[in-house]
Design a binder for this molecule. Structure first.
Ligand code: NAD
Length: 241
């Protein structure tokens, strides 16, 4: 309770908040994260997840890639939860300048947020690797063959998602770093902070209040002025705006 009151005070007194989140922001929408006990890393697959969703696998074992990706990463029925809708409201009130997310599920936009920097891309954008024609997530998820193919040229369709071994989009990185560098409050939530370079961007923060909301401990707990170990949706929904 004391922590919620502190968070309320910080949010009341901030006018340029940035939210930096990860897979833990969407677990309350039913999408598994990677590193929780019931996360994807603890399920047993033939290959570890970081190997399956790598550039090499997409190129040389596209069936394995798409089997895992469609089944575990494309949760098209998931709905935004209390964290997503709270952040959209905070933006609408003019208090939040950006959401920087490592998630690829599009739930911040579905929840009503406008300025969202998706460091790892989105399952909702997909392009033919040959002719660059655009396809939505439903087309990819429901393609009759396991590997979705372009209806125009027959090329393999690739999600606009940053796979392991691939670089981040320059413009998205610049926007994310600018937002973090200029905010007065940074709320980090639902991320283990072990995926780089994304996790390193929080080092650009030089504002007044660093808040961390996560179920488990992270490497940034020591840096934060306020640490709340709890569920991000449950925590944020107690804040009045
Ligand atoms: P992670 O799985 O490494 O860590 C998730 C963290 O969130 C853990 O520390 C866990 O304790 C915490 N957590 C789980 N549920 C929570 C909740 N309700 N409230 C607060 N904390 C909660 O996730 P990561 O750091 O984002 O790194 C994984 C990578 O995998 C990311 O790059 C992301 O792109 C990708 N990924 C995305 C999705 C998605 O789009 N929803 C899902 C799985 C993985």
């Amino acid at each position: 309770m004391e922590n919620i009151e502190k968070l309320q005070e910080i949010i009341d007194n901030s006018n340029n908040i940035v939210f930096f989140g990860g897979a833990g922001v969407s677990t309350e929408s039913g999408i598994p994260d990677f590193r929780s006990v019931d996360g994807l890393y603890n399920l047993k697959y033939k290959y570890p997840p970081e190997q399956i969703i790598s550039h090499t696998f997409f190129q040389y074992k596209p069936e394995e890639f798409y089997r895992f990706y469609k089944d575990k990463m494309m949760c098209l029925d998931a709905k935004p939860n209390k964290a997503h809708t709270f952040l959209a409201k905070l933006e609408e009130k003019g208090k939040l300048s950006a959401v920087v997310t490592q998630n690829i599920d599009g739930l911040h936009q579905a929840g009503g947020s406008h300025t969202v920097y998706e460091l790892h891309g989105s399952i909702h954008r997909n392009y033919c690797t040959k002719c660059h024609a655009f396809y939505d997530a439903e087309f990819v998820k429901n393609s009759k063959d396991l590997i979705p193919k372009c209806t125009k040229c027959g090329g393999i369709i690739k999600p606009d998602v940053v796979l392991y071994e691939e670089g981040l989009d320059d413009e998205t990185v610049t926007n994310a770093i600018n937002a973090i560098s200029n905010c007065d409050t940074l709320i980090i939530a639902g991320t283990s902070l072990v995926v780089y370079p994304a996790a390193s961007f929080i080092r650009y923060f030089k504002g007044n209040h660093l808040v961390l909301i996560n179920l488990s401990e992270t490497s940034a707990d020591k840096m934060a002025g306020l640490v709340i170990h709890g569920k991000v949706g449950e925590v944020l929904s107690q804040i009045k705006i």
